[in-house]
Design a protein around this ligand. Structure first.
Ligand code: AKB
Length: 313
């Protein structure tokens, strides 16, 4: 099947690297990167797109004969709390637009990124089960939890092949993080390499699920390539990489920078993090499409420090 792929939010943390991976896999002519900001550095087709604009999504889908959409545009957890109603509006409207456009134009597949943020205080914190109760504590989490339900609805009602992952915090060096609660785990490496003290907005023992960018990309591509009949879950798959707290990442950084200094100043993000799982049970992902993470905390620290040193050199 000759695929033509549209990525929304392509300039974001996940989008930057996923777009590159899709270009590598399908070739640049087959990929259309889009973003609300005009960033034309992608080596493929590029369109400025506000994904809340249905007419624009339709225009691009028709212009390029798109067959798949990876819908990455969204406002994340911490930034989302600063403007709850517009976060809800942007996250919901853009996903409805993608779902409707995919249904009407009979697209082959849609990818929807969900998050650990769908869980709240009612779910067990350790190895959070796939089917644990969802009572998200942020508007971002609410939008992802309802998005999952809509994904399932479009799948069962209209036969749309929507696939989704509940990502942990993604750690990567390729672009700056954008308003998440897990962003400290990226910023901390930049401070370490610049040999500056780091002000950590989470307490030293706040354990969260995280994943290295290359594992996150591989998981996304593996899910999208999996045989349709193997995918039992049409809401979203739990995805576990590793779990750690600030004190553990600091310990691993100190192997490279023994004098690295961290000051703890918890803010509103501490409260969000406390409602999230510490680790996820991803048995369904392992069983249905063979998910196995490969990067340990030591691997991530080595890779992040090496790559960030190159950036600042
Ligand atoms: C965030 O912190 O908001 C995101 C997420 C876990 O979905 N990184």
């Amino acid at each position: 099947m000759d695929e033509k792929i549209l990525i929304t939010g392509a300039a974001g943390q996940l989008g930057t690297v996923l777009t590159e991976a899709l270009i590598k896999k399908y070739g640049p002519q087959k990929i259309v990167a889009s973003d609300i900001n005009n960033i034309s550095e992608f080596g493929c087709n590029f369109e400025v797109l506000d994904a809340t604009d249905m007419a624009e999504i339709n225009r691009i889908v028709i212009k390029y004969r798109i067959t798949q959409i990876y819908h990455l545009a969204a406002i994340l957890s911490a930034k989302g709390e600063q403007n709850p109603l517009s976060t809800w509006d942007i996250n919901q409207k853009s996903f409805f637009n993608v779902l409707e456009c995919a249904k009407d134009n009979k697209l082959n597949k849609v990818f929807f990124p969900s998050s650990i943020a769908v869980y709240g205080n009612s779910a067990p914190k350790i190895k959070t089960p796939q089917s644990a109760f969802l009572n998200p504590s942020t508007v971002y989490g609410m939008s992802k939890a309802s998005g999952e339900q809509w994904a399932q609805y479009y799948s069962s009602k209209y036969g749309l092949d929507v696939r989704s992952l509940r990502y942990p915090g993604i750690i990567g060096y390729q672009s700056s993080p954008g308003g998440g609660t897990t962003d400290y785990a990226i910023e901390i490496y930049h401070s370490a390499v610049k040999e500056q003290p780091f002000v950590c907005y989470l307490n030293e023992g706040t354990r969260l699920p995280m994943i290295f960018i290359y594992d996150a990309i591989r998981a996304t591509l593996e899910l999208m390539e999996a045989r349709k009949e193997n995918l039992v879950l049409r809401s979203s798959y739990n995805l576990q990489g590793i779990s750690f707290a600030p004190k553990e990442i600091i310990e691993s950084i100190k192997k490279y920078y023994p004098d690295f200094n961290v000051i703890y100043k918890p803010d509103f993000r501490q409260e969000i993090a406390e409602t999230w799982p510490q680790s996820m049970d991803d048995t369904n992902a392992r069983e249905d499409w063979g998910w196995i993470p490969s990067y340990s905390l030591a691997d991530i620290t080595m890779e992040m420090i090496t790559q960030i040193r190159n950036i600042y050199e």
